[in-house]
Design a protein around this ligand. Structure first.
Ligand SMILES: Cc1cc2nc3c(=O)[nH]c(=O)nc-3n(C[C@H](O)[C@H](O)[C@H](O)COP(=O)(O)OP(=O)(O)OC[C@H]3O[C@@H](n4cnc5c(N)ncnc54)[C@H](O)[C@@H]3O)c2cc1C
Ligand code: FES
Ligand code: FES
Length: 1747
């Protein structure tokens, strides 16, 4: 095939290239372009993004779009122009926002493409000069699909926004670094943007295209031999199919080939049919009936077309905008998506939304054209490879009565993440609000393809949406289960429910104004804002605060990474074959019969290691070694078995996939995969004593001092993958004399060199290892990189040809290992005030197969955990050896987990004590004294301990309090979204290591610097440059500023700079700087005399002149230093704290980080800009670990989330919406390098604040929905493991929140339970709780603890009272918010009165006297027979409601028989409450139901009387029952006659009233008093109530007998409460007095022996219902007279036996809680009265004797 294209304006003609060649492969191997990188090869990272431009000769228009070159096939860009990052700038221009820089060229192209697109928008106003038409929001979205693992995105977003016309300087974090001196930052200083400066389509190509169009017009495309076919019509395509050249699997029909990013090619293809050249497939036809989209229309074009349409089209467009990323959408076709959904079960968003919109598809099968509904098409068996999708038609539904919504839940809102579940709902409703038609489509639901929930649809059709309808719909939906094996099945079901609920709720509200259902609120919009504060006073290198762009080649792609090095002649490529078995003999490697297998040149295995060498793949001094190849036995899934060698990297990748390894597990034990397995089989690695952490204090002693303990709580942390953007890579070039040169992307060149030499069996000096640049390391390019270097070396050595290996992302993920997973059990003791006294940890660490650097893990875990003063600390560590890939150091290894564990513990303690976690954190922060105890070697001076200050600055600020209360307010007002805020402190111990440095001054004055450290994005070279200029500054008049541009830091080369050690542990920059400073000092010493000499002769000496002179004088201009730390100062502590505020979506489990504020103590920062970048980048990486990066493994221990499709690192749309970082400069400490501090790893720990804030938000949700799975998982106390992904969050919030929203209280729960069961079983279901279950579930009266402070005069007049009310409300708010109001005036008042009386030694009644202070829905219906039916909202529960209502109905209707009212009395029938007949029934409680119901009856009767009165005259007789002379009365038949007459004229005989109280009289007071007299048995504590006299004001009682019954009954209930009903619970809060055996209510023998009740009728008050008063509840309070009387009796007993146990518990003054049971009474009377008595008699006896 011949492809002609322009790359950066230059013409390329690719002839004879393979049809499977991607654009990326072409660019990187056949042109000098290196900007586009291979980061994933699956469209998921953006590293390969380029701008593709197409020219249409017909319109003379150029269309530009960004595309992922890794998926774009070269053949499809024939006659296109491609611009790479090199084409838009060069090393002198460009922008700077990178760290390792690997992602940056791709980022540049994404933003450049957005700029080009925005500037073409004719409808936008012209931007100011130097800016584009792009908006800042578009700038941010433009890079939403690009990944960066280093920066935290902020600087990149800033750089992108700086081009936008609406940029706000305050919004950019750049400004603080611009300010030089007094110069202000100004918009005008931003790097200018020049629209149109880059020619996207060269003229020569336009001309070529025009010419070729004229020539080729009607010539059919021949069936060519080169494998690339581009038919121009469907007929041509059919011709191709019929030509017999297209049999077999090697043919691939492609549109844009993005599908290969989702379903990776498993073999090479030698024939491709590109269908994009068929014009019919590109149509976009609009008509009044709808839109037809040709199948090869790109998603971006479809979005543009649909955005212009009606509401349904626009919503589809909105949804499509969330699919993939801009650079994928620009090429990915709508047809490709639908075909993958149909054929391959792609969890497609597009199929779902189009299904809901009632779309149809047209397909071509052989010569037939068929039209199906999308639903039918999806249900067909997977279509064959010759089925051609022609077009999709979306009907126009108009907007009348149409509702359409789409939903998706994905780990990232915009940035390229496939959804857990997606759905789209369509409804058409009638004017009356009934659903006429509905379509409910769900995708990614674990079923084979998008489906319609037909049963639910059928159910909903013709219905009016109400709560109960939604509830039933939800139950029906839940019957659709995801297919077996679907991950997170329960979560997906709950998402589907959530989406349906959200849709139906809003539908109900929009259709029916009166049904207001709490609709889940929409997503919050926050304008991202970043504020960066750098306290730059007093920095050591003050004039050097601006970022120095040491590596200005990165953004434009000129920087050379290992894979960018042009291939040496005869270069071969390798790819690993890894074991897929965790523990098995490897019997042999074979290859499938396939195209790719033919590409295998050889396979390198352990047998190819030279005889003098060793099978070694990694090693670390004093730690472990790992073999390079599995030799006979593969010990873990992912182990290297061999390396396939091929001519190209792609061939090697594809060939490795063809390997079939033969395994045998004969005579082998089963593998050890988990910590539990290892513990069971005693499989551990030892931890050398010098690395073992030391316990602190005496744990047992600490536990004995504790008031509370938590025993053996458990928390788990998963692994974490490095996700450096550049995967592992090495290039080995054999050299003369048994030598080899290796280019390796490694953090440890020295160790890599050593291991390679040992592996090859050659002296170390025969191996030159060069590390030019590392595209991100994070610990993963330390030991794990050695394997790749060794494998290349062995292959190169054997084949004597250069060999390069650049791992594909999947292999890299599987082999790399990552962070150690762990399981931790903790037991902690603490005081009631929150002070922790002891902590014990059982650490189970899964180290994997080899030791690696795992022995440091316990020390590092404990190191970070010790940020709190645990009082006494003990631990038991198990470093488990398992058959999984070896876990290695990952940024902040161990420390990350340790810090998190500490927070899990403080949170647990706080929840047990029901206090804010910050209180516990603050309480347990070290003072300097305890710091020294816990960090014996690294505590440092007191002045350097800044953590308390930092924490207080954040957590104790008024701003924090304000924000916390705003969060609380938000949570009170939002049911479906909850927020949480948390502040987390960190302490991080770093260690200093010896480091070399060398500074050499060339004859022209330019300076070359070498350091042992490797630049991998951490700003090492920037700092080293600065330090060199600073170190030599003494020799320059300007202090060294002039030297900055003269310094060049050169790549580490293990033969030039030995003892380079390793780059890791955060201290490489500072130690390298120190080595450079020492070297500079040596040079200064040598050059100073010459300078002075010259100055003496000629005044000021220029740098160049000085060096020239020195050179002439043969001064050694190169100095080398090897810095070693002061043995007394080898480690120090770093401090910081962060507040994060998050919002969780309770329905989906999605988390939005609203804001993060970081304060980090950077010491005297060497370069705040670099440190800031480190802090931000580390934090964001940490956020990934704590939230979304799910390292899921299969049952063989192999990671299955093995690519960008499933492993989700943070993107620009998941970082905090507002991100504030403040670097503080703590006190100087000259022992540290220029008083600076580390910044690379510690800030990672700050991300824990996000996890903690999430937990707070979840707690709020659990409170809202009363989520409590078991005692260990209560509302407040629950564990949230790491990572807290969406499914985890949702599960903790309650997978069934929607359902539980329908079931709010216990009776409705029972009703719901019955309804669900009946619904499922289709049989009636009754539930009648047994006594025990009822008691356990019912809850009951609130437990109350009251503290009071009371002031009073000597005469007993109380002058002031303050109460602290502690009310145990239990799990849910229920009606608890009214409790504070209800409690005051009950028992508490009496307790206080008694207390006052006892202090004053007066009678309590004196105190009482001294301090006395100066009121539904109902219907009445008269039946045809004159009988009356009355319905009331209230329920008869024994309070006499029905009696009163009957009376009132008779009374109300009595007017019809001259007010006698008696006649109807026995005709009245009060009927049972029925919620469908009598709505708004409210509740029966609060004592006023009877009177309000009566009032409603009276009103209804009044209505009936008014209607019936006109018919009274038609009859006429005496009223029989009452004997009164009724004018027209016909005795008992009166009502019947009346109603009959009324019926004749159709009078409504039913009246309903809904009574509402007069707003000025919604409450009134009830009064009463009681005298009780009791007798207490001092010996047993038994109480007998001798008599109780009650006087209760019942107003004008409606029914004296009923009221009397109420008063008596409630008094007895009260007596039970105050005396005998002991509601004892166990330690889990479960009631244990759970039956009649133990829970003793009053019986006939415990009521007062004499009981007098007087009902008192106070003055009339017509505002009250017929002047009546309540009688149901108030008399309960009168029972406190019994409690008071008991106290009097007890007081007498205490006097008798002189009982006094402390000043607060004197003879007269003591507290008696409720209930005062026999043991309580006995205790207060004293348990030892008998002994006391005997003592007193014997004393009296002896006195008498003495006398
Ligand atoms: C990084 C990434 C993220 C993604 N995220 C999402 C997402 O969130 N939601 C979602 O729904 N999708 C997502 N996708 C899928 C994406 O939408 C599809 O890859 C794309 O639409 C396929 O179009 P294409 O032109 O590239 O198809 P191709 O890759 O060219 O073809 C795919 C398959 O369809 C066949 N085919 C293509 N067109 C036709 C036709 N007209 N007739 C018959 N057969 C045909 C091909 O033979 C091939 O088998 C994502 C893809 C990537 C790479
Ligand atoms: S390499 Fe192309 S998107 Fe990652
Ligand atoms: S700078 Fe973005 S990945 Fe390193």
């Amino acid at each position: 095939m011949v492809v002609v294209l322009a790359v950066n304006g230059r013409r390329y003609e690719a002839a004879g290239v393979e049809p499977s060649m991607t654009l990326l492969e072409f660019l990187r191997t056949q042109t000098p372009v290196r900007g586009p990188k291979l980061g994933c090869g699956e469209g998921g990272c953006g590293a390969c993004v380029v701008l593709v431009s197409k020219y249409d000769p017909a319109t003379d228009e150029v269309t530009e779009f960004s595309a992922s070159s890794c998926l774009t096939l070269l053949g499809s860009v024939d006659r296109c122009s491609v611009i790479t990052s090199e084409g838009i700038g060069n090393s002198k221009d460009g922008f700077h926002a990178s760290q390792c820089g690997f992602c940056t060229p791709g980022m540049c192209m994404s933003i450049f493409s957005a700029l080009v697109k925005a500037d073409k928008a004719a409808d936008r106003p012209a931007p100011p000069a130097g800016f584009s038409k792009l908006t800042t929001t578009e700038a941010e979205k433009a890079i939403s699909g690009n990944l960066c693992r280093c920066t935290g995105y902020r600087p990149i977003v800033d750089a992108c926004k700086s081009f936008a016309a609406d940029v706000d300087l305050e919004d950019l974090g750049l400004n603080c670094f611009w300010k030089k001196g007094s110069e202000p930052a100004e918009v005008g200083k931003l790097p200018g943007y020049n629209s149109g400066a880059v020619c996207t389509f060269p003229e020569f190509l336009k001309s070529e295209i025009k010419a070729s169009v004229q020539q080729a017009s009607d010539v059919p495309v021949p069936v060519s031999e080169d494998g690339w076919y581009r038919p121009k019509s469907i007929d041509e395509l059919n011709m191709l199919f019929e030509s017999n050249s297209f049999e077999g699997d090697s043919v691939k029909i492609v549109a844009s080939n993005t599908g290969s990013g989702v379903y990776k090619d498993q073999d090479l293809h030698d024939k491709y049919i590109d269908i994009k050249g068929i014009p019919e497939l590109s149509v976009i036809n609009r008509s009044s009936k709808g839109i037809e989209l040709g199948s090869v229309v790109s998603l971006s074009k479809a979005i543009d077309a649909l955005s212009d349409g009606n509401m349904v089209f626009r919503k589809i467009a909105d949804h499509l905008n969330k699919v993939a990323s801009p650079f994928v959408r620009n090429t990915a076709t709508i047809g490709g998506n639908i075909i993958m959904a149909q054929r391959l079960q792609l969890p497609s968003d597009i199929a779902t939304v189009l299904l809901a919109a009632g779309s149809t598809v047209t397909i071509q099968e052989a010569s037939k054209r068929l039209c199906y509904t999308l639903e039918e098409f999806l249900q067909h068996p997977p279509c064959n490879s010759r089925t051609l999708l022609l077009s999709i038609f979306i009907p126009d539904w108009g907007s009348d009565g149409i509702t359409f919504e789409t939903f998706r839940a994905a780990p990232r809102p915009f940035g390229n993440a496939v959804s857990y579940v997606n759905s789209a709902f369509f409804a058409r409703s009638s004017g009356g609000g009934l659903i006429e038609d509905i379509c409910l489509a769900f995708g990614a639901y674990g079923v084979d393809h998008a489906i319609r929930a037909r049963k639910v649809e059928d159910f909903l059709k013709g219905k009016l949406v109400t709560s109960s309808i939604i509830f039933e719909a939800v139950q029906l939906l839940k019957a659709i289960s995801p297919s077996e094996g679907t991950t997170h099945a329960e979560y997906r079901i709950s998402l589907a429910v959530s989406f349906l609920f959200t849709f139906l709720s809003s539908l109900a509200n929009s259709l029916n104004e009166t049904t207001k259902i709490n609709v889940p609120n929409g997503s919050i919009q926050h304008s991202p804002e970043e504020h960066l504060k750098v306290d730059s006073n007093d920095l050591p290198i003050r004039s050097r605060q601006e970022m120095i762009f040491a590596d200005e080649y990165k953004p434009v792609g000129e920087a050379v990474y290992v894979d960018d090095i042009p291939p040496p002649k005869d270069c071969l490529y390798g790819a690993f074959i890894y074991s897929t078995h965790p523990y098995a003999h490897v019997k042999g490697i074979n290859f499938k019969t396939s195209l790719a297998s033919k590409k295998v040149i050889t396979v390198i295995t352990a047998n190819d290691i030279p005889s003098s060498g060793q099978n070694i793949g990694s090693s670390f001094p004093k730690m472990g070694e790992e073999p390079l190849f599995a030799d006979t036995i593969a010990e873990f899934a992912g182990q290297n078995i061999g390396v396939v060698i091929a001519e190209t990297q792609k061939y090697a990748y594809m060939a490795a996939k063809q390997a079939v390894v033969e395994y045998s597990t004969e005579k082998l034990q089963p593998p050890i995969l988990t910590i539990e397995d290892a513990i069971q089989r005693n499989s551990y690695f030892p931890v050398p004593p010098f690395l073992a952490p030391k316990p602190v204090g005496d744990y047992n002693q600490g536990m004995s001092e504790a008031d509370h303990t938590i025993i053996s709580a458990e928390v788990k942390l998963e692994s974490h993958y490095y996700f450096y953007m550049e995967t592992q890579v090495a290039l080995a070039i054999p050299d003369e004399d048994n030598c080899i040169t290796i280019y390796s992307s490694t953090q440890i060149p020295e160790i890599t060199q050593n291991v390679v030499a040992r592996c090859l069996g050659i002296p170390f000096h025969n191996v030159r290892l060069i590390t030019r640049r590392v595209g991100g390391g994070f610990g993963g390019k330390a030991l794990k990189g050695i394997h790749v270097a060794c494998a290349c070396a062995v292959a190169a050595f054997k084949l004597q040809r250069p060999v390069r290996m650049y791992l594909d992302r999947k292999t890299d993920m599987i082999m790399a290992g990552g962070r150690h997973p762990m399981k931790v059990k903790y037991s902690v003791g603490f005081k009631s005030d929150g002070k922790i006294t002891a902590l014990h940890l059982d650490l189970g660490i899964n180290a994997g197969i080899s030791l690696d650097v795992s022995p440091v893990m316990p020390r590092d875990i404990i190191g970070a955990l010790k940020k709190y003063n645990w009082g006494n600390l003990a631990f038991d560590t198990k470093l488990c050896k398992t058959n999984i890939s070896s876990k290695s150091a990952m940024r902040a290894p161990g420390d990350m987990q340790g810090s998190f564990i500490a927070e899990a513990i403080t949170e647990h303690v706080a929840s047990v004590l029901s206090v804010d976690t910050n209180t516990i954190r603050r309480k347990n922060l070290h003072d300097h004294k305890s710091l020294i105890v816990f960090y014996v070697e690294s505590a440092g001076e007191a002045s350097t301990y800044s953590l308390v200050t930092v924490f207080d600055k954040l957590a104790s600020s008024p701003d924090y309090e304000r924000r916390a209360s705003v969060v609380e307010h938000f949570n009170d007002n939002n049911k479906w979204r909850k927020r949480g805020i948390s502040c987390v402190p960190i302490t991080y111990e770093v260690r200093l290591r010896p480091t070399p440095g060398k500074v050499s001054i060339m004859n022209d004055g330019s300076i070359a610097v070498e350091v042992g450290g490797v630049e991998m994005g951490q700003g090492l070279w920037t700092k080293v440059k600065q330090m060199t200029a600073f170190g030599l500054g003494e020799l320059c008049a300007d202090g060294g500023d002039c030297l900055l541009n003269k310094v060049r830091v050169i790549q580490p080369d293990t033969l030039s700079m030995i003892q380079g050690g390793f780059t890791g542990g955060s201290t490489t920059s500072e130690t390298s700087c120190e080595a450079v400073r020492l070297s500079c000092a040596a040079l200064v010493e040598r050059l100073k005399p010459i300078k002075e000499n010259l100055e003496a002769k000629a005044g000021t000496v220029e740098w160049g002149a000085l060096i020239a002179q020195a050179s002439m004088a043969s001064v050694n201009l190169s100095a080398h230093a090897y810095w070693t730390p002061d043995p007394s100062f080898t480690s120090y502590l770093n401090y910081g704290a962060a507040i994060s505020e998050v919002e969780i979506d309770v329905l989906t489990g999605a988390t939005t980080i609203l804001r993060s504020d970081l304060v980090y103590d950077c010491g005297q920062s060497l370069n705040p800009a670099v440190d800031l970048g480190q802090v931000e980048g580390a934090f964001v990486q940490g956020v990934g670990f704590f939230t979304n990066e799910e390292y899921t493994t299969n049952s063989d221990g192999i990671v299955i989330n093995d690519g960008t499709w499933t492993y989700k690192i943070p993107t620009v749309d998941t970082i905090p919406k507002q991100f504030n970082v403040e670097l503080i400069n703590s006190a100087r400490d000259q022992k540290r390098v220029l008083s600076s501090k580390a910044s690379g790893e510690p800030p990672l720990l700050l991300a824990c604040s996000v996890h903690c804030a999430m937990r707070e938000a979840i707690r709020a949700a659990r409170k809202e929905f009363s989520v409590c799975t078991d005692p260990a998982n209560s509302i407040d106390t629950f564990q949230m493991d790491v990572p807290a992904t969406m499914p985890v969050v949702k599960e903790l919030c309650g997978l069934d929140v929607v359902e539980s929203n329908f079931a709010m209280n216990i009776s409705s729960k029972i009703a719901c339970a019955c309804a669900i069961a009946a619904f499922k079983l289709r049989r009636p279901v009754k539930m009648y709780l047994d006594r025990k279950t009822d008691m356990i579930m019912a809850g009951g009266r609130h437990l109350v603890k009251v503290k009071y402070s009371v002031g009073f005069k000597s005469d007993g007049k109380i002058t002031a009272l303050h109460l602290d009310l502690g009310i145990n409300a239990g799990i849910s708010p229920d009606a608890s918010p009214v409790m504070p109001h209800a409690i005051i005036g009950l028992f508490v008042a009496e307790a206080i009165i008694e207390h006052v009386a006892s202090v004053l030694s007066v009678d309590a009644n004196t105190i009482r006297k001294k301090n006395l202070h100066d009121f539904k829905s109902l219907a009445v219906s008269i039946m045809n027979d004159g009988s009356i039916a009355v319905e009331v909202g209230g329920i008869e529960i024994g309070q006499g409601l029905w009696t009163k209502v009957k009376q009132m109905a008779a009374f109300g209707l009595g007017q019809l028989c001259h007010d006698c009212g008696e006649c109807p009395m026995d005709k009245v029938w009060v009927i049972q409450a029925d919620t469908l007949s009598m709505i708004q029934g409210g509740m029966t409680a609060g004592s006023t139901t009877s009177e309000t119901s009566c009032e409603a009856v009276r009103k209804s009767c009044a209505v009936l009387v008014e209607r019936l009165k006109p018919y009274q005259g038609e009859s006429g007789s005496k009223c029989q029952p009452c004997g009164m002379e009724c004018l027209d009365c016909k005795g008992e038949e009166i009502l019947q006659t009346l109603s009959l007459s009324a019926i004749m004229v159709s009078v409504n005989l039913s009246a309903q009233a809904y009574w509402t109280p007069d707003p000025s009289f919604t409450s009134y007071l009830n009064y009463g008093a009681a005298i009780s007299e009791v007798e207490v048995d001092v010996l047993t504590g038994a109480t007998t109530i001798l008599r109780s006299d009650l006087v209760y004001d019942c107003g004008q009682s409606l029914n004296l007998a009923v009221d009397l019954g109420q008063i008596e009954g409630s008094f007895f209930q009260g007596v039970g409460f105050f005396t005998n009903e002991d509601y004892a619970t166990n330690s889990d809060g479960l009631v244990i007095n759970d039956g009649t055996w133990t829970y003793k209510i009053p019986t006939v023998d415990t009521i007062p022996k004499q009981f007098n009740v007087e009902i008192f009728n106070s003055a009339r008050d017509l505002k009250r219902v017929l002047s009546s008063k309540a009688s149901g509840e108030p008399p309960l309070v009168l029972a406190s007279s019994v409690h008071c009387a008991m106290r009097e009796a007890i007081r007498a007993a205490r006097k008798e036996f002189s009982v006094c146990n402390g000043p607060a518990n004197s003879t007269a003054i003591f507290q008696m809680d409720v209930p005062a049971t026999m043991p309580v009474v006995k205790e207060l009377c004293s348990l030892d009265v008998v002994e006391r008595y005997l003592e007193s008699i014997s004393a009296a006896g002896s006195n008498t004797a003495k006398a």
